[in-house]
Write a new protein. Sequence first.
Length: 144
Amino acid sequence: MKIQEIICIDDDAITLMLSRKVLQKTNEELHVVTFQNGEVALNYLQTIQQENKQLDHRLVLLDLNMPVMGGWEFLNYFLENGLHVEFPNTQMIILSSTIDPQDVLRAKQYPMVARFLSKPISRPIMQSLLEELEAAASPRVLKP
């Protein structure tokens, strides 16, 4: 299944701008939306839910440390309010400036988190990641 939309959530405007450029150079067809905190991103997802578009394939690039609603609060809300069920085709990648082993372990508790990567994300890494996630989500056709 092809990822149709990528949601970038980070409080740093420069990181958002760079992420958008990397994503658009990786695949021009991707719809990229950016938000500076988790609360605004959740509002966006709830609007999508109301429009019955939650079955689209999405990838969320999520920073952990943000004002208003950080990454952990976003993940908790997403899980505790059943949004992982409402959005079964949405996967998340945590992007962090520092890779704390405790954070990596904590991220594994969330079924929708596919990876924990360090910032900034490069085009080759993003290309490889998209290919891997899309291949994993595609139905397998077995040859006789």
